[in-house]
Ligand binder design. Structure first.
Ligand SMILES: [Zn+2]
Length: 72
């Protein structure tokens, strides 16, 4: 799991979850002020864009590999 920032600056928690076939990215809202704080989201609550790992910047790029640690 990794804390990321969307292109607009919204803070998002990223985790790759194993589906049995592949890893699927899941996003959780990490902005305390946000109405969906702590919930899993598919769109950025601030700018409304559909979330994609391409639009996220890691707060610490070293930690990206640890996003793969959580698997069901
Ligand atoms: Zn955004």
């Amino acid at each position: 799991m990794v804390f990321m920032r969307h292109g607009c600056g919204h803070r998002i928690w990223l985790v790759y979850r194993w589906t049995g076939i592949r890893y699927r990215p899941e996003y959780r809202d990490e902005e305390e002020e946000s109405p969906t704080a702590g919930e899993y989201i598919t769109h950025c609550p601030t700018c409304g864009e559909f979330l994609s790992t391409d639009d996220l910047l890691a707060e610490n790029t070293y930690l990206i590999e640890h996003a793969y640690l959580v698997a069901d």
